[in-house]
Design a protein around this ligand. Sequence first.
Ligand SMILES: [Zn+2]
Length: 144
Amino acid sequence: MPAEFLAAIQGAKSLYELIKATQGLSNSVEVLTAVSDVQQKLMDANAAALASQEKQASLAERVRDLETQLRAVEDWQKELERYQLVEFPNSKAFALKLRVQMANGDPVHYLCKACADKKQKTTLQPIDGQLHCPQSKQHSIWYD
Ligand SMILES: [Zn+2]
C-alpha cells in the first residue's frame, strides 16, 4: 500500500478520534482547537490522496510508454525475421537479404547491416557495382 494512502487512512483515524474527543470538551476554546485540528487532518488527508492520485497517473503513463517501446521492439524483431544475413563472396561485405518465402509480394532487396544494427530499416540501392546506403556513404558495400 502506498505511503500516501497509509497517511490518509491514519489521518481519517485521527479525525474520528478527535470528533469523539470533542463530545467531552467543556468550553468553546477547546472545541475551536479541536475543530482546527480536524481541519488540519482533513487537509493532510486530502493532500495525501492527491499525491497518491498524481503518483498513480505518473505510473500509468510510464506503463503506457514502456508498452509502446515494447511494441516497437517486437515489431522490429518481427520485421528482421523477414531477412537473412548474407555475405558477398568477394567483398566479404554483409547485408540483410529479404527471404523469398517472406517477401509478401515485395521484390527481393537488401537492407543495410550497419543501419539495421541501429534499428533503422534502410534499403540498399545498387549503383555502379555497389549497394549504396541512403543514410551514409560509409555503409555502402561492393556486392560481388
Ligand atoms: Zn546504412
